[in-house]
Design a protein around this ligand. Sequence first.
Ligand SMILES: Cc1cc2nc3c(=O)[nH]c(=O)nc-3n(C[C@H](O)[C@H](O)[C@H](O)COP(=O)(O)OP(=O)(O)OC[C@H]3O[C@@H](n4cnc5c(N)ncnc54)[C@H](O)[C@@H]3O)c2cc1C
Length: 499
Amino acid sequence: MSTPVYDLLVIGGGINGAGIARDAAGRGLSVLLVEQDDLASATSQWSTKLIHGGLRYLEYYEFRLVSEALREREVLLGIAPHLVEPLCFVLPHEPHLRPAWMIRVGLFLYDHIGGRQTLPKSYGVDLVDSRWSAGLKHRFRKGFVYSDARVDDARLVVVNALDAKARGADIRVRTKLTGARRDGGLWRATLADERGTTEVSARALVNTAGPWVKEVLDLVRPEKAGEGNVRHVKGSHIVVPRVHTEGHAYILQNADNRIVFVIPYHDDYSLIGTTDIQVDAFEHPHISDEETQYLLDLANAYLERPLAKSDIVWTYSGVRPLYDDGASDPSAVTRDYVLKVDALEGAPGPDRAPVLSSFGGKITTYRKLAEHAMRELAPYFPGLKPPWTAKAVLPGGDLPGRDRDKWLAELVKRYPQIPEALLRGLAHRHGTRAVTVLGDARTPADLGTDFGAGLTAREVDYLVREEWARTADDVLWRRTKCGLPMTQAQRDAVKARFS
Ligand SMILES: Cc1cc2nc3c(=O)[nH]c(=O)nc-3n(C[C@H](O)[C@H](O)[C@H](O)COP(=O)(O)OP(=O)(O)OC[C@H]3O[C@@H](n4cnc5c(N)ncnc54)[C@H](O)[C@@H]3O)c2cc1C
């Protein structure tokens, strides 16, 4: 039996794989994306959830990355306003760590090198008796306010996959690439899923396997195993009850020159992170006691009400798949992405069976990374259509006036009998697709079992039907974060739905 031939086989359903699959499908290529676990099951769900230029990368002279990332803030606010929202940051001034002139220069660059359009400019503030110092010790007198944005990272992956599918891509979760070889100008790839193994053919491979990028490269190109290096740098976060009731985040400086964010997280929590630890074992990362203590100590140097280990309600860790640029300090390794293409020599363009591998990168820059990946692949696909994703709204992002509050008000009007808190959760997760989730429901009873934390059977069914959810964890921790405020009994009830 002949196997199907795809233009692209994308390996890895994190943000970069989903972004490339979407971009390529929109340019008319036939795309298959395989993800060995769930979409966003690795690094792309464990980020600090910021769409940011990365103020601190200026200190490492990463001007290209910062400028591109700053521009992408505005693009992503435009195409995914349901998942990306502006966020103000306060940097309390610590003169012995960084002088005020240095911070002013950094913020001036931040305001000017990235095509800022809608986000406000940075400015200095007096922190004495000010809302800008809510929750902080009283010793801080001066601070700086600047703007970036935050994102629901796992959902950004899912909406990219949804759009890729709508444009013809085949998205397969729980499907692992176990081998691939070049044969007559094509790749013959072996895929394993719960039903066994299958073989597919593709003109090009895209290796967006994140922390596994080197494993996949060695698998498909064993003759050059050892070339191309990735640095695995773990970062961990703790989640604690909300440390202040204002809407802004803090960026806190540490004596080791690192910074840590304290970010309002959902309604009742603050997210604190991150760390930078080089690791060899990168699967199933967990926060260590040292990282927990580091984050608590730094937070407690600033916060009025000290945090203890017993305040921590959740932790998570992820591993950055950074390109090895030879830096010795894990905090200094470049965060920029690097794309490497390996193709057969001597064959005509379309028959060279390229494999493109992606190292490093940020959630923030995934769309540009996808554009650059398509540029690298263009020689192998003559007549490839031009870039198109900068203005194409992602599924659910077509909010009236790009305004979440307006959209919520509209939903409240349309579904007067459904509690507003439930509608708010749906609006934030699904944007205008909340209407597809709700369907013909008019009353809470129409939504089926109420699992708690705003999750109902109707939404779970939707996530299974439309968004590739297969397990309770897919629903509780990636498609939603309802698992966080739920009790164990409530989580078990969702688990029972999948058994
Ligand atoms: C602690 C931390 C904080 C961060 N904070 C931010 C931030 O605030 N803002 C920001 O912009 N960026 C941030 N980042 C960076 C960002 O999260 C990553 O750059 C990005 O998520 C990498 O995405 P990816 O798609 O390359 O990899 P991943 O998300 O890891 O995806 C790779 C996927 O490939 C799959 N895979 C691997 N091998 C196979 C195979 N053989 N077959 C099939 N599938 C396979 C894996 O299961 C995985 O799902 C942070 C990173 C970390 C670790």
